[in-house]
Design a protein around this ligand. Sequence first.
Ligand code: B12
Ligand code: SF4
Ligand code: SF4
Length: 342
Amino acid sequence: MKNKLDGDNLLTGEQAPDEPEEDLSRARRILGETLVEFPCAAVLSDPPDRPDFPRLLEWLERGDHGRMDWMKRRPERRRSLGEGYPGYRSVVIALLPVAGKGEPVHVFGTSVRIARYAEGPDYHQVFLERFRRVIERIRPLLDSGDRPLVKPDHGALLEKSLAMEAGLGTLGKNTLLINPLLGSHFTIGSLLLKTPLASVKGPFSGFSPCGNCTRCLDACPTNAFRGPYRLDARRCLSYLTIEEPEDDERALRRTSGEDWLFGCDVCQDTCPHNGSRSRREMSGREPFLSEKRVVNHPEDLIEWVRTNPSMGRVSLDTLRERVQEITSVKSGRISGFPKRRD
Ligand code: B12
Ligand code: SF4
Ligand code: SF4
């Protein structure tokens, strides 16, 4: 297996031996252009049905998706590329390290935390801009009828599953994709192509990140894990602070005693794979937009959200309400963390 580090890019060179030479050569050149924009990427050609698709159905059946009804809409689209995006044959998958520092922000006198991925530039925009540049450069390599689609996060895809198949990492017990060099603090984006290509996979297919470790499961402040690899989103602070939870779920958010205003990074920050030097160095390449760490006036809050565009998914009223909750928790006016249901 060939595998080499070249500057910032993790170049990859694994492919099935019987791929047509022309498809392989095109795939390699497309991957090369993608690696100009992203530190880690791979190409998957005609990916088979997702072997973990039945897990998604079980998750939906249990209601673990909460009020994320969009996950339940025609779930079979996530089984295969062909079902979700008829006519599309190839996926270029890229990892984008997150920019954030993970330090607290002071909002109206209260110290709060936001997930690192939500600091700085909106990763959806970054994927769009970078993949657009890739498309411009690879256009001559694509079939004439191709209509490339950029899907940063919001596609009907089991992204982690595809990235794992592409040899970019392995799922950890916290359900996130872990890459041996980047850890898990990255987002995943896909470029879908109609042009048939050969697969050019990353070198991390056999990577086994967890062993006997259970740090993430033990550290989760709301006991959101049902067990290894199984997350009840209704108890996850990321869901509770970003989506639109039910009243009883909001009660859990209030009484968790946590100061997460937007998202949560506990199950990543406790993971030993997120402490490596290479991950920190690669993350450091991303521009960090908002240095503002003190927000004292309502108009500052508006400005702060404007410079942290990923947070735009949540209304200012919800953010203010959440700041009040955290203030009440810190002043001892709210207490009583509910125990886990089994
Ligand atoms: C819905 C969703 C959420 C939900 C549910 C999370 C979840 N684990 O499902 C909520 C809102 C809670 C959420 C939170 C976060 N998310 Co999110 N989310 C998604 C989304 C849109 C779909 C994920 C999905 O399909 N869930 C369905 C369930 C069934 O999948 P699953 O829990 O991953 O389970 C899989 C495996 O664990 C396995 N499995 C299931 N059960 C079992 C049991 C056993 C025994 C075994 C062996 C395996 C197994 O099969 C399942 C299907 O593949 C993806 C983007 C995408 N389109 O894929 C982003 C995505 C997963 N999220 C992402 C991020 C960054 C986060 C947060 C870190 C954000 C934050 N800091 O607040 C947190 C992390 C919480 C966590 N530990 O997962 C990134 C992950 C990057 C990475 N390194 O993996 C993604 C890929 C978005 C992106 N494009 O970058 N997210
Ligand atoms: S993001 Fe936070 S609340 Fe959600 S599973 Fe991870 S540690 Fe638990
Ligand atoms: S904290 Fe431990 S168990 Fe959890 S994902 Fe990381 S290595 Fe795996």
